[in-house]
Each structure stands twice: as C-alpha cells, then as structure tokens.
Ligand binder design. Structure first.
Ligand code: PMP
Length: 294
C-alpha cells in the first residue's frame, strides 16, 4: 500500500482510513471504480477513464461526488504526497452509507470517494514479454458489463479457476460459446494479420486501452475486425493478446493448453505495445475520448 490514500476529503495513511459499516459499496457492491496508469508521470488515457467513470455513475443514477477537475487534482495530489511517478491509481465511488435498504438513500447522502495509488512499475512487467496462459470458463456475470461496477466476484472466481488449472488468467465464454473478455481485460486474436475482437455491447466492458488500440490500428492501417470468436477459433490464431490500463498489451501464449503461434510474444502484440506506450506517455497524438458506443 502507498503511504497515503485519499478518502472523503482527507489524505490519510491506509491504517487510519475507515469506511462506514453501512457503506453501500460494502453491503451491495453499490459502487463504481476506475483504474488509471501513471506511467513516468503521465496519467495514461486519463480523459477516457474519466469519461467512462462519469458514464458508469450516470447509468447507476449517481452523481460525480466532485467536479472532474477536482478529481484530476486529487489524483495528482495523492501521487505527489507519495512521491510516485509510476502507479496504478484506483478510484472508487460508492453511493455512501445509509441504513441497510435496497431502496436508494436520500440524494443528499454523502458519497464515498477513495483514491488508492498503488506503486506500479510499468517498465518491469514480466507478462508483457513472456505472455500469459489462458483458461476459458463460463461467463456468469450480470447483464450490464459495460458499467464498471465493483461487482467483481464472477471475475475473481474465473481468475482463481484459471490459476487452479495451471493458467494465469481466464477468458469468459457466453452461453452461445463466444469469448466475451478476460477477467480484467479485453481479449483479441490475430489471424492472417487481421486483429479480431468482440464488438461493443452490454456483454463486455469497452476498455479505454482497447479504444486507444482502435485508434492506433486505424492510424497504422492495420485491419481491426469487430466480431465474436469462439475458443476453437482462438486455438488456431496466429497471435492472441489482452489489453487493460495496467497490464497494457499482454500476449496470450496458450489457451486451454493449446499453444498460440510459436508460444512467444507475437509481432503485432509487440508493435501495439510499443505504440501504446508512446501514446500513453504523451509522445504520440492526443488522448482519445471514450464513448459507450452502445
Ligand atoms: N474488461 C474488464 C472486465 C475489465 O475489468 C477491464 C479493466 N478495467 C477491461 C476490460 C479493460 O479496460 P481498460 O482498458 O479501460 O483498463
């Protein structure tokens, strides 16, 4: 844990932080979150993450507890107090604390806003170079995966199932047999130089990293096809990879014990990683805005 976190108006050591027992985030998972990478002092894709945060809140009929500009300041201030240049900034907003009742509390109930900037070394990520092994599993989540809520038990179970089976991460599969996404990242395959990923819908979270990859593919004249794919097709792919704000672009080297390509990081995953790093650190183009696309 960092030395300081931000919680409801204060910068406090984690051991001094306390959340009310009746906080609805704790009782009902009535909360949304975001994770933003701070890479060498740059808040990667900050605009898109804040766009998505506002949209997740509005889908759950919650306001932003502070102005966007204030949130931008609070993130920078907590990083400054921890003397951090590389971090995974976790933001969580709940509907606040109220007597346990499914009905929403009065609109003036103070929300909980917490920011935890975890130390994170983006320059030493073994998975980016060595890749990860994937185990597929049924997607048992609710129907609004486009909203970034803290209802993460299905993802946690999916990942644990992967680990219990000797893999590193899970790809979740819908009832029709198509891959939705990984436990905490978007899933891609590559066949004949074509990059394939599931179309935007309520079935998946539209990643900010994915959105930037869409732009980078477009700028580099790389074919990005949005369509569903099944594990069977993925087993035969030339490459596969996952994308997220902290793992960035992680090669998938096996799926259900089927080796992908030559079992090493593929050239498209490497190219997109290098492009994304340059983009995220502000060396290439403006940060993308994010829209739900639904
Ligand atoms: N899908 C899921 C289920 C996730 O939890 C995440 C990580 N937030 C993503 C996709 C990737 O989103 P992003 O690129 O914005 O981190």
């Amino acid at each position: 844990m960092p030395r300081y976190i931000y919680l409801n108006g204060q910068y406090v050591p984690p051991s001094h932080a306390s959340i009310h027992p009746e906080d609805r985030g704790f009782l009902f998972g009535d909360a949304v979150y975001e994770v933003i990478g701070c890479i060498h002092g740059h808040l990667a894709d900050e605009t898109g993450h804040l766009d998505r945060l506002e949209r997740s809140l509005s889908e759950l009929h919650m306001p932003m507890p502070v102005e966007r500009e204030t949130l931008r300041f609070l993130m920078r201030e907590v990083l400054r107090r921890n003397n951090q240049k590389n971090a995974a900034i976790y933001i969580q907003i709940t509907r606040g604390a109220a007597k346990r009742d499914f009905k929403f509390p009065a609109p003036d109930t103070p929300q909980t806003l917490m920011i935890i900037p975890y130390d994170f070394n983006f320059d030493e990520q073994a998975a980016v170079h060595n890749g990860v092994k994937i185990k597929t599993t049924n997607d048992i989540r609710w129907k609004h995966r486009d909203i970034k809520t803290v209802l993460l038990l299905p993802q946690s179970m999916a990942k644990q199932n992967a680990v219990d089976n000797g893999a590193d991460d899970a790809w979740m599969v819908d009832p029709d047999g198509f891959v939705t996404e990984a436990s905490a990242s978007n899933a891609f395959i590559v066949k004949d130089s074509k990059i394939i990923t599931r179309p935007i819908s309520h079935d998946i979270l539209r990643g900010i990293t994915r959105t930037a990859i869409e732009k980078l593919c477009h700028e580099s004249n790389m074919a990005l096809e949005e369509r569903k794919f099944a594990p069977q097709e993925a087993y035969e792919a030339d490459e596969a990879f996952n994308t997220s704000a902290t793992s960035l672009i992680v090669p998938v080297i096996s799926i259900d014990d089927h080796q992908i390509g030559n079992g090493k990081r593929g050239k498209i995953a490497k190219f997109l990683y290098d492009e994304y790093r340059a983009y995220a650190e502000g060396l290439r183009g403006k940060q993308v805005h994010w829209e739900p696309g639904l």
